[in-house]
Design a protein around this ligand. Structure first.
Ligand SMILES: [Zn+2]
Length: 280
């Protein structure tokens, strides 16, 4: 029999960005009229079907277009957060550029939801401590940008000295919280067990095996996904896109909806309750 648990928590989040915000298309001439936001609506459909609340980190330049959706999500008890203004990695911006980028996202979001406080997730998990401290100064409630995966060329290992570890992947300093993406060590490498790309690229039986192994040890799991991974919109990627990038972008996208449904069921069967970051 499954162990009965009252305290197991799962957080589902989505980084609401367009396909052209992805780092590997940054140097291309992208046609911004093509959108993958149907993937956002698929995500909303999935979480509604299972009656769970989720956290949405939204790129600033999409806020106006998504205004109605954001207001509706907020009114339904989901968590709204920031994901930078143009999806530029914080560590490649100087400190003043970064502060302005974050302030711009924050003020645009406050214009729509004046009474809210917001969370933050850095594009590509690429924020350092100096920039995190600026996020804290701006009155952001929590950060969800930490990942421990030194092999990934874009990620930054965020230093959280002075934070108190509350639970696996949950850290606290005064009233500010920081959340780390769930990873599991396999063959010497930290694999983000709860990340979109990984649930597409790792062979599914292995993925499920790793996930079950993870769930035996942890009371907290922190998932993230992107609209393009759930989108049914197909269009030609820019001409100069390398084959490996095309593969990483497209591989098993058509399976993500089904897989997310299975993962949610599995988590529920194992006694996890779904919360937003704000609720923790
Ligand atoms: Zn992103």
């Amino acid at each position: 029999m499954e162990e009965k648990s009252t305290n197991k928590i799962a957080v589902f989040s989505i980084d609401v960005e367009e396909w052209y915000h992805l780092e590997y298309f940054k140097k291309s001439d992208t046609d911004k009229s093509k959108s993958v936001m149907d993937g956002l609506h698929t995500f909303i459909k999935i979480i509604n079907k299972h009656s769970i609340k989720a956290s949405f980190f939204i790129v600033g330049e999409l806020i106006q277009t998504l205004k109605k959706t954001i207001i509706k999500l907020d009114s339904e008890g989901h968590d709204i957060g920031l994901h930078s203004y143009f999806h530029k990695r914080p560590v490649v911006q100087n400190i003043n550029e970064f502060i302005k980028d974050t302030e711009d996202s924050l003020s645009e979001m406050k214009f729509i939801l004046p009474n809210n406080s917001f969370g933050y997730r850095s594009p590509c998990f690429a924020i350092d401590r100096q920039r995190l401290d600026e996020v804290i100064k701006l009155g952001i409630q929590y950060d969800a940008s930490k990942i421990t995966q030194k092999e990934h060329p874009l990620y930054v290992n965020l230093d959280l000295h002075g934070f108190e570890k509350q639970e696996r992947d949950i850290y606290k300093k005064d009233s500010f919280k920081a959340f780390e993406v769930s990873t599991i060590k396999f063959l010497g490498v930290n694999i983000p067990i709860a990340g979109g790309g990984y649930l597409r690229i790792i062979p599914w039986p292995l993925y499920i095996w790793l996930l079950k192994k993870y769930l035996k040890k942890s009371n907290f799991i922190n998932f993230f996904i992107h609209p393009f991974e759930l989108s049914n919109t197909n269009f030609d990627l820019p001409d100069n896109t390398p084959a490996l990038t095309k593969f990483r972008y497209n591989y098993n996208r058509n399976k993500v909806e089904k897989r997310l449904n299975k993962i949610i069921k599995l988590l529920k069967e194992n006694g996890y309750s779904f919360k937003t970051f704000s609720q923790i």
